[in-house]
Design a protein around this ligand. Structure first.
Ligand SMILES: *[C@@H]1O[C@H](CO)[C@@H](O)[C@H](O)[C@H]1NC(C)=O
Ligand SMILES: *[C@@H]1O[C@H](CO)[C@@H](O)[C@H](O)[C@H]1NC(C)=O
Ligand SMILES: *[C@@H]1O[C@H](CO)[C@@H](O)[C@H](O)[C@H]1NC(C)=O
Ligand SMILES: *[C@@H]1O[C@H](CO)[C@@H](O)[C@H](O)[C@H]1NC(C)=O
Length: 367
């Protein structure tokens, strides 16, 4: 007993020295997630009162849930591994349970809100929503008899703040029209900086100390990009993806890696882990056979058949679209988003720690 408690004191001291004092917490794992449709578990449909119909959800939930997939997203698999419930969407007013954290990710979100654009719920707004949530939780905890869902210390010392944003910014940089490559790169650098701003804001006013920041995947491999953006003569890379789009994604990721290094240096009482989502996803396209995928560039659910099975206005969910037979393995569900099969692989690799800089495992960070 005695030796165990002195070890405990020693560990506590170490944690204090490293700036990660657990405080008065019960060691639960809590996750606050920010981002776009890659990790939206139902915010978009709740926010806009829209219905994302079948066949989404057919594989696992057996009904549509507002996830752009046939089943679970990688963040759902991660929640399972962390032994917490699936994160409730911040904007879902019925049946939500925020004791394990909150999912603020919204489909279509870019790093900055654009009030005149289609999706005003960018990463900056999501951070404000989180700050509102935290204030609200604190107010409720102060009220007589009201049980707090998440305590002050849990926001600071237990919670992991994950951010998976940037894909829409890369897409927008191209869609903006006639930008030159240097102009596109400037825009991508600015977008990466906004992710850094979100981390700093969460750290400064939200008490966040553990960050898990994903870079962006190979947008040039998405059937939508290949079907709609490809022009004759465009260069394809080794995986058959649009080289210019993947180069832009990697450019954004290089900027984000620099942002991560600056954050790690500046926020010396925090842990900032950056995760190479690009490397994880690109390998599924390049070495698809290893994962049992046949046609990685062809959407399961869409219109038009090979090579991409993607057509504008005939997208998954529309009556004009059809889905592949259940059980057929695909990387892409609807031409933009990944299938449950692909998401399971993504989650496993995220959790492996092999794609983290520094080499930290999420299960070690979130405990
Ligand atoms: C919310 O989820 C937690 C953890 O999954 C569970 O213990 C709790 O009972 C749930 N609360 C409600 C009101 O369902
Ligand atoms: C906001 O969206 C509008 C409409 O899509 C677009 O014209 C404008 O360039 C966007 N602004 C920014 C700063 O992205
Ligand atoms: C949260 O509360 C603090 C004061 O405790 C206030 O300064 C801040 O503006 C509030 N933020 C939000 C988003 O409600
Ligand atoms: C894009 O720029 C090129 C050359 O600068 C010009 O010829 C072309 O018309 C522009 N296209 C659009 C859509 O603005």
């Amino acid at each position: 007993m005695r030796s165990r408690s002195s070890i405990g004191v020693f560990v506590l001291l170490l944690l204090q020295l490293s700036g990660l004092m657990p405080g008065m917490t019960d060691g639960r794992c809590i996750v606050f997630n920010f981002g776009d449709s890659n990790s939206d578990t139902g915010n978009f449909i709740a926010a806009y009162g829209l219905y994302l119909g079948p066949p989404s959800g057919r594989r696992f939930f057996h009904h549509p849930t507002g996830r752009w997939s046939d089943g679970r997203l990688y963040i759902d698999f991660i929640a399972e591994k962390l032994k917490i419930s699936y994160l409730s969407p911040y904007m879902e007013s019925s049946g939500s349970n925020f004791t394990s954290g909150v999912n603020l990710a919204v489909a279509g979100a870019a790093v900055s809100s654009n009030k005149t654009g289609a999706i005003p719920l960018g990463l900056d707004t999501q951070v404000n929503q989180f700050l509102h949530f935290k204030n609200r939780t604190r107010d409720l905890a102060a009220g007589a008899g009201a049980a707090a869902t998440i305590s002050e210390g849990e926001f600071t010392h237990d919670a992991v703040y994950s951010i998976d944003a940037g894909q829409n910014d890369v897409a927008l940089a191209f869609l903006a029209g006639n930008l030159t490559l240097p102009e596109i790169n400037l825009q991508l650098a600015a977008a990466a900086a906004r992710i850094g701003d979100a981390v700093r804001a969460l750290h400064a006013t939200g008490g966040a100390r553990k960050f898990w920041v994903y870079n962006t995947g190979p947008i040039g491999c998405l059937p939508q990009t290949l079907a709609l953006r490809q022009k004759p003569g465009d260069e394809l890379d080794a995986a058959g993806c649009l080289a210019a789009y993947n180069a832009a994604a990697r450019q954004f990721n290089a900027e984000l890696a620099a942002v991560c290094r600056r954050l790690a240096a500046d926020l010396d009482d925090a842990v900032v882990v950056c995760v190479d989502m690009y490397g994880i996803k690109y390998d599924m396209f390049l070495n698809h056979g290893r994962y049992g995928f046949d046609r990685p560039l062809m959407a399961c659910c869409g219109h038009g058949g090979p090579p991409y099975n993607y057509a504008n206005l005939k997208t998954c969910g529309q009556p004009t679209a059809t889905a592949c037979p259940e059980g057929e393995r695909h990387v892409s569900w609807d031409g933009v988003h990944y299938t449950e099969d692909a998401n399971a692989i993504v989650a496993e690799k995220v959790l492996s720690g092999h794609f983290s800089t520094p080499r930290v495992k999420l299960t070690a960070l979130c405990k």
